[in-house]
Structure formats: C-alpha cells, structure tokens
Design a protein. Sequence first.
Length: 464
Amino acid sequence: MAPAVPTTMDRPHFIGIGGAGMSGIAKILAQRGAAVAGSDAKESATAGALRELGATVHIGHAAGHLAEDASCVVVSSAIRADNPELAAAAERGIPVVHRSDALARLMDGLRPIAVAGTHGKTTTTSMLAVSLDALGLDPSYAIGGDLDGPGSNARHGGGDIFVAEADESDRSFHKYAPEVAIILNVELDHHANYASMEEIYDSFETFVGRIRPGGTLVVSADQAGARELTERISGRHDIEVVTYGAAEDADVRVLKVTPRGLASEVTVMLNGRMLTFAVSVPGSHYAHNAVAALAAGVALGIPAHNLASALGKYTGVKRRLQLKGEAAGVQVIDSYAHHPTEMTADLEAIRGAAADSRVLVVFQPHLFSRTQELGTEMGRSLALADASVVLDIYPAREDPIPGITSALIIDAAKDAGADVRAEHDMAAVADVVAGMARPGDLVLTMGAGDVTDLGPKILARLEN
C-alpha cells in the first residue's frame, strides 16, 4: 500500500494547479485524502477534473486564495517570484515546496521507475502506466500529458510501483531515487538553464547517481548523447546497465520495426529470444520508446512476453500524434513536438504513414531561447512537409529576446527548399489551412503551446 500523505502536504496549495506536472501531483494527493487547493490562470477541463476529486480550484492569482490553514505551497519553476500567492506564503511563513520535491515524497516507500531524456518521456511513461495497469499491477503514475481525458495524467494506485517522468529541464530529476531509470536520449535543450552539452552530461550523471544500489539503468544504445553518457558512468558497478536499440551491441536489440498505417510492429531480441509485439502509434521512435518500457518492466521482474502483450493496450496520449478527427477527406493530427529532433521524428512517422498523401504543418515555435538556439534546425525539419504555416513564438514563461522571431525559422525552411509561409493571426489559421488542404491530405498541428487548440477549428472550417 502507498504511504499516507506527508504531514506537511495534507493541506497543500498549488500555484498553477492546472499545469501538466502540477495537476498530476495534486490529483494523487487528493486521491490519498489530502485537502487540496490551488489556483490557475484560466478555467480548464483539468481544473474541473480536480474539483470532481474534491479540490478547491481558484481562477486567477490573488493572495486571498491562499487558505489560512494551508500546510504548504507547491510551485514549479515557471512560477515567478512576484506571484501574489507566493508572496503571501512568504509573509505568513508557509513552507514553499518545489513540484519535484512533492513528487519525490509521493514515491517514498514505493518502487519508482523514473523516465528521463530530452524527448519521449511522456510517451514512454504512458506506455509503462497503461501496460502495468493492464497486467493488474495497479501502478501509481505521474505523466506530462493526458492518456484519455482531462486529469488522466496521474493516478494513485494500490500497487507498489510508481511510474513518473523525470524532468531534466530545471534539474529537478535530481530529487528522485528510482529503482529503475530510463534515459531515452541526451541532447542540448532548455537553453535558459544549460549553457553547454557538458552541463547536460553532468546533470544526467547526477541523475544516474541517484539510482538505488542494486537498481537498473535502461539507456539507448543508438543515440549519440546516450552512448556518451553510458561511457561516462561505466565506473558505477552497483547498478545494472541495460542498453536497447538497433545497435549490434544493444542488450535488448531492435531487429525490425514494420509500419502498419498509424501503428507499427516491433521485433526485438531479448535474453536470446525473439519477441514481436504491436505498438498502436506510428513511427520508429515510438517503437523504440516501447522497447525501453519493455526493458524497464523486465528489470522489475515482469515476464517479457506478458509485458509485450500489455504494451499493445497503449493507444496513445494526447498531443503525441493524436488524431483529432477527419473532415472533407482531410485528417487533422496533433503533435507536441517542439525540438528539431522531435519535429523530424514525428514528420518522418507521418510521412511513412501518409503513403502518397500530402503532409501540411501548422507549427508554433515554443520559447524565444529555444528558437534563438535551434531555429535553423527547426526550419530544416519543416522541409519534410509538403507545405507549412509558421506562427509567432509562444513565449510561455519567457520574455521576448530582441531580434528573435519566427522569421528565423521561416528563412531556414526556405533555404532548405520548404514551401512555408508566416501567419501572425491565430484566428485566421483555420481559413488558411482550409484553403490549402484537399481530400487525402494530413494536417499536423505542431508545437508545445496553444497551437493544439487549432485542430477542432480547422476541422470545423473544413466541414463548412
């Protein structure tokens, strides 16, 4: 059984409770019996799902939202120091707990699997959560996206396994002590927090150092950064290192990935035995995520053939090549991809599933700092589409950087031979796409910001 709610978290107040990471922790605490409260900038389905669990959710941020008997205030790295609720907590001496510390406390007494990497964390964590649940193991989990409905990003389970994303962006994954850790890839990103690849490697080495003695690291044998990391931690002998991938020296070797429309079939060699199973999402990178999940489950002692069959129960997570619908013979698919590697992988996956159909992209860059560092690479990725519409940069937590706009991406895309245009008015995008699309096309809305809201609008416009 999972442990009781920590005393300091029995009446938590979450600032930004509707966020993917924050709402998951709030949900688990509510399910464990805590009196959860919090605030968010706007109303959402997630806020509604939390209220159904008994949480108090305020819209907007104000000092008065912080209850007199709040035991702590939970924040993420996105919360600014001048937030009125955070200021009120300081004035009243209420402890402030970072999201990662709260999540770490929820794992106490359980068998954690922590999924890390620059890309693929949400998908791999979801695959593990769904498959372990299908096997009747009733895991707890905290995921950075919804599986099948608002609030489905987390759950308090009755089993002893806790599956969680381990976020490297602000080094918060250093707080966890997993029994099994997965590292999918190691690349330079989050430029506001990391100045070089050397800093990235150091951070991931610290994460590996947090694996419990006798535990297991599952790490890619294909991705260059992951291989470099494996070399760097080779002196640690109190954990088992299991590599996976298509590389000939991989411990769990991917022999073949066969596309099956918007799904695929993967064949692996594991412990001298060949195993084939279905993955209900397209693309080689998603198949490799499933193999990482398989290796992690085996490390926990779950029979490989049982887990492989259960992985077939996974049908996707919101925003990870999620089919939003079809209208006028045009399919609209949503992608969270916002880093060039992710963009390329998703576009290649869709291109593989599209056969002779055209692929049209509506791309919204995420963060000024990321665009400054990787805008050229983003533009080159868009050359894989037949035509693209690029929106203004979604700032999220950042202030503008002088001279950094979507034009950087558009210029690079044109240099790479892409058919691309700018669109500064979100309200006009549905009309623009409807004017471009023809029956048989695939439209991909892509980015980590509010570009996801455009899918239904494009479908409605196509219907008309």
